[in-house]
Unconditional design. Structure first.
Length: 448
């Protein structure tokens, strides 16, 4: 078989231009950002409110998820079916969701139907009715989702990992519990909606083939007299990183033939000057197929099919974590290699090829994500939640290009060099306990 001719070298990475954003703030504090995006007659609308799972009361974990789902069940003048049908008539859909730092009501459809889409978003935010039958349906689906999730070892690992790293901080909760689902009532959701959905905590984003002046006029008409009720949620304090030597939590799943490993620690906010260096470092370490962790665990040792690593960005402080599902008999060996690669990142420089591959991968991923109005809207919403301006989009590739080998090593030392990584292992404790005890203080618990 003939070998292909040598491919020409890759050309220079092009900068990603920042979108033109027409920004205003209504008298009630609602921020409005409009992004004209000509070429495709579509539009994406986002109403993003600060505070999601992080605003949930201590005794009601995961309440935000049920609140978001309940918003779609009906408003003062429209039932859930009518809301869905109207969104479909506009050529798109209507949804609501909750993350660690935000509640989001989203709509998409034809640009010429943007007044209807804005009206639907405003209706959900301002006039949710939480009908009893709808709330019962939301609770039933939440119970089913929780039961399904708890059958998955990776979910158990992620839930335990959050608790290990964040403790009693709100970020330590990633889902409802059976008891918190049962306690939810229509009155609970109505009170929470009025308390949380407030203009001064929200951003209205419209991206697509639209006229900014018309959108600002419509936003004033629909949201200009909007106000919240009750006392707004208090600011969430920053989490405190766990201290002390490495600790290992084992969640026992008797009979399991493999172990799900999560290894990591707290990172830092996206506003930190080292944020882009961390992105590049995590790509080199475990964020791509050619990364060190994948080449070691998958290609070199054959311990697992799809290991990886990444940094999560939260308004407070996210995590850096490595993950792998490995056979029981190589659990200890796999953890040893993960810790080795973490230490290698913190003590040795990346080579030129690693730096170039990681830069192209990260810059390319950003460019691809911004190819649609929906992608632009999602990125702008994410930046707003993280405390960054819209212009950050145009600076990211340039900032990535300025990251040096020394920067990568330094930031890896910040997140990997403490020696106090937390480890969660979900598997058959009897089969993996002895190997794991070699690496740190062991704590064991039955399956939750």
């Amino acid at each position: 078989m003939n070998s292909p001719e040598k491919l020409p070298p890759l050309g220079p990475v092009q900068p990603v231009p920042a979108p033109r954003v027409d920004s205003r703030t209504l008298p009630n504090g609602l921020a409005v950002q409009v992004v004209p995006y000509a070429g495709v007659p579509l539009v994406s609308v986002r109403l993003v409110t600060r505070g999601g799972l992080s605003d949930d009361p201590a005794g009601s974990p995961g309440l935000s998820r049920l609140l978001a789902a309940g918003l779609r069940e009906g408003t003062a003048t429209r039932c859930g079916t009518e809301l869905a049908n109207l969104a479909q008539e506009a050529g798109g859909d209507l949804s609501a969701g909750a993350g660690p730092d935000s509640l989001t009501i989203a709509a998409s459809g034809l640009a010429r139907r943007v007044p209807l889409l804005l009206d639907l978003v405003a209706d959900l935010a301002r006039h949710p009715s939480f009908p009893a039958d709808g709330v019962a349906r939301v609770k039933a689906l939440a119970r089913e989702d929780l039961e399904t999730s708890e059958s998955e070892p990776f979910f158990l690992a992620v839930r335990a990992f959050a608790r290990v790293l964040y403790g009693s901080h709100p970020y330590g909760t990633i889902s409802p519990t059976a008891s918190s689902i049962e306690a939810v009532t229509p009155e609970t959701l109505a009170d929470e909606a009025g308390r949380r959905l407030r203009p001064e905590r929200s951003l209205l984003l419209v991206a697509g083939d639209v006229d900014p002046a018309a959108i600002h006029a419509e936003s004033m008409r629909l949201f200009g007299d909007w106000c919240g009720t009750g006392t707004a949620p208090a600011a969430v304090p920053g989490p405190v990183a766990p201290t002390g030597p490495r600790r290992i939590l084992v969640l026992d799943r008797p009979g399991s033939v493999q172990t799900n490993l999560l290894v990591g620690n707290l990172g830092f906010p996206r506003t930190d000057p080292d944020a882009c260096a961390l992105e590049l470092a995590m790509t080199i370490y475990g964020g791509s197929f050619t990364s060190r962790l994948v080449q070691n665990l998958r290609e070199g040792k054959g311990y697992t099919y799809s290991p990886g690593a990444g940094a999560s960005w939260l308004a407070g402080c996210g995590t850096v974590r490595s993950f792998a599902a490995v056979r029981n008999e190589v659990t200890g060996a796999a953890l040893n290699e993960i810790l080795y690669e973490m230490e290698r990142m913190a003590t040795t420089d990346a080579d030129d090829e690693e730096m170039e591959r990681a830069f192209r991968r990260d810059a390319g991923s950003l460019a691809i994500s911004l190819q649609t109005a929906a992608g632009v809207a999602d990125e702008l919403a994410r930046l707003w939640i993280l405390g960054l301006p819209p212009g950050e989009i145009g600076r990211q590739v340039e900032e990535l290009s300025r990251v040096t080998k020394g920067d990568v090593r330094r930031v890896a030392r910040r997140v990997f060099g403490t020696g106090g990584a937390r480890v969660v292992a979900v598997g058959d404790a009897a089969a993996i306990r002895e190997e794991l005890a070699t690496f740190g203080e062991l704590e064991e618990t039955a399956k939750e």
